[in-house]
Design a protein around this ligand. Sequence first.
Ligand code: ZN
Length: 426
Amino acid sequence: MKNALRFLAFLGLAVLLFSAAVADRTEVVSVAKSAGRAAWLAAQGFDLLAEHEGRIFLAVSPEDLARLSDLRLPFRLETARLRAGLPAEPAPAGGINGDYHSYRELEAELQTLARDFPSLTKLSTIGQSLEGRNLYALKVSDNAAVDEKEPGFLILGCHHAREWISVEVPLLLARYLVENYATDAAVRDIVNRGETWVVPLVNPDGLEYSIHVYRYWRKNRRLNTDGSFGIDLNRNYGYKWGYDEVGSSGTPASEVYRGAAPFSEPEADACRRFFLEHDFRALVSYHSYAQIILYPWGYIDAPTDQDAALAALARKMAELMLPVNGRLYDYDRAAAGLYTTNGDTTDWAFAVAGIPAFTIELPPLDILHGGFFNKETDILPIFQENLPALLFLTRTAFAAGMPGTDGEQEARTAAPPRRGGDRGKD
Ligand SMILES: [Zn+2]
């Protein structure tokens, strides 16, 4: 029985890894696992997918393959072996991105929302990407055209190009708020009381590249001085930028390359300026995958001076999410729960404003459940389970007393169980 389960798990892994690789030039390779090797590979910028039966599986580009060879690290090419387990699966209707929004589809949907709900929304751009695409921000508030000096809540998506689900959740939240304003008193209260801003697509150039060229693309599309492409936008923020070589990299080809200077990238800099121009009381930045709610610090494994309050908020959010679809989101300080990151969004937002700032790594839990590939039919359930947590955080942010948990003492009870385990880079 145990062997059968193990085989099924591996077959699932095979299907997922191969279906990820088949559309582009990615290969899947494995290397023998040894003490510290996974962390070392991650620090070198390799894209870790899973650990299975004593081996570490990596998604590698042709350039990564050359690097592996240069490192004289024996690896096994797994792509062909995994092909055998792959069932014929039709491509999603409407192109590779299916129900996921491309840049143009997102733009059209935001414009439709703004047109259909003119008093509750204001569509603006907070800047442009390197390749000149708009970085859209949709404000949801009563009298949205007017600056009423209300408290704000900022929800960001898709710093990382391949994390397509992170575009959908902020977008669906905006839609939910405007469509339920007339009929739901709790929604109306939130919309009347504050300004909810969604910026669903921080990295449009990367997303388009992920859709059209290379599904595993993570960074933006900066041409670096060494001829490699991309800066990790979630390592380009200014607090403890470049703190060490573990939480980000100074090597341009690395998947976690921090760039030449803090806020060197127009996408991260636009978020900085937008944030500083508003009175945000809370921030959520969506990523995938790992199914965990993370709060500062990320750059070092140490608590902030708001640790208990942040933990209580995260615990309450996880507690609200669990019953919706039965999915357990873990919660932890970022460096303790996932891996250290320096120059990320939430450390910076917390450092400059002292507000609750969360990175929510959406499902799935791990590569065995799909990694960066969430089924189209899972978009809505993932939004639905995040909704009560977002509404809770919004209500708390728009009430007096943020940061902190005054009036939310129930958050200290009935904590869902914690989860452990290895996670990849997201
Ligand atoms: Zn990410």
